[in-house]
Design a binder for this molecule. Sequence first.
Ligand code: ATP
Ligand code: MG
Ligand code: MG
Ligand code: MG
Length: 563
Amino acid sequence: MRWSQMFVPTLRDDPAEADAPSHRLLLRAGYVRQLTAGHYSLLPLAVRVRARIIEIIRAEMDAIGAQEMLLPALHPAEPWQRSGRWELMGQEMFRLRDRRGADHALGMTHEEIFATVARELNSYRRLPQQWYQFQTKFRDEPRPKGGLMRTREFTMKDAYSFDLDGAGLDASFGAYHGAYTRIFERLGLPALACEASSGTMGGSDSTEFMCPADVGEDLVVHCPACGYAANIERATSVLPAASDAPGPAAPERFDTPGVRTIEDLRAYDAPDDRQIKTLVYVLDGTLTLVLLRGDHPLNEQKLVDATGATGIRAADPAEIQDALGALPGSLGAVDAFLPTPLPVIADEALRGRRDMFTGANTDDVHLRGVDVDRDIEVGKWADLREVEAGQRCVRCGEALEIRRAIEVGHIFKLGDRYARALGVEVLDPDGKRVPVVMGSYGIGVERAMAAIIEIHNDDRGIVWPLAVAPFQVTVVVAQSDDAEVAEAAEDVYAALKGAGVDVVIDDRAERAGVKFRDAELTGIPFRVTVGRRGLAEGTAEVTARATGDTEKVPLDAVVAHVR
Ligand code: ATP
Ligand code: MG
Ligand code: MG
Ligand code: MG
């Protein structure tokens, strides 16, 4: 590849609109351009990095026996209606009608669609199956941000496991857990495997892979000593123990059945069949639980959308009360409003955090009093109490950290929910029809690209790990108007190419300084400079991007040197 023919529109200055280092660098180094908020065009260098990330993920998926497929991005409403998620996904789902008036969605995930294919499995003899794809997902994010970090269309590697029973699912889940650990290691992402909640996927168990970074939108509790790690969303979904000081009384206009304190909350029995959800806010460093009651199944996403749409900011409890009070009836009624005097989990870390912990639901820790104690995972809760009390982990007594992190991957045990809803059944060894047990496993490809940059950059630009770099080497022709230099550089370039090295030659009619700056900005791991001075003694300079170290290397030894 010749730099003179490539489209790499680097910018001299930092773009004003960039809100994260990776966003700034992707724009400045000529990797991406924004079409509109949340939609980016990937330029040639970005496409190369994306392909390398995909290669690594694919290799690890294939290594655990997963099979690549490709399912449609446009879905009829029917399977989504059958699973109940046509409703549940709320405004995050892009919807459209075809010319016949039939409802469709742009796929935001593919559990339902893979399940339709899995109907043909039929017999336990065909299980387990591991299926995956790289496919564009569409999500109408309320706040796209951070360049490629949170977009409205992105490539996901999504995988799905199909097993006969829970033990099979455990084995599948374990295999993906291992594969993800290897993938993130190869990508240069120091991801922590965190206990997490399952959100709108449903299911019993989920692990998020979280890459610590200042621009991360999630918070994770982590003990470096013993490795305990959990998303704080999950953490705050566990109800606190009784607190001595009762919170302020809930406002009259809410239908509050005598719930004033956390103790009341624990003892609370919903008056009818309806479900209860808790939204957790942080108001000036105080955790505040808001209980909402809704029809079954309570539409959490809708609630979140609606409360989000009201523009609530974590400033004023009264503001939140007003906004929640104004929600349309079908979305749920406010049962209780409980500003708790809970000592705050890492006050500092939470400041500036997005105002609402969505998905902090009580699906597991049920509010029907009797179940509360049984369902709380005591170890987890105890860990968190320790965070509040002294920032020590109960498992090992060492200090806990709370860190911002980017969710780069997420794996779920789904159970048989989708199989039941969509009729994915097999004959078991006794000839009985049983629903299959599913898992789902996602990695955001472009988000991974952005996260890698967040971890690997310096004041001169991106510093790609070799495994994902767009090119391994750039050969810089220091004086492009010197025929002898140009010829020697072409020879080095040809030798590298012949040896299978991914190489570009910077043959532009530019000053060497410009080429050096672009090589650094774009993050190419090795720069081989061929110039007049070195040529006189038969050498080139090899500079490593990561360390800045430069070595003189005989021209015929360059290939060996960069490999
Ligand atoms: P988030 O909490 O950041 O919104 P999510 O929990 O909604 O992410 P999942 O449904 O778990 O995401 O999807 C699997 C993976 O897809 C995520 O771990 C992330 O890497 C990626 N991903 C999700 N949403 C986006 C997005 N809007 N832009 C880019 N990548 C995304
Ligand atoms: Mg999301
Ligand atoms: Mg998430
Ligand atoms: Mg997730």
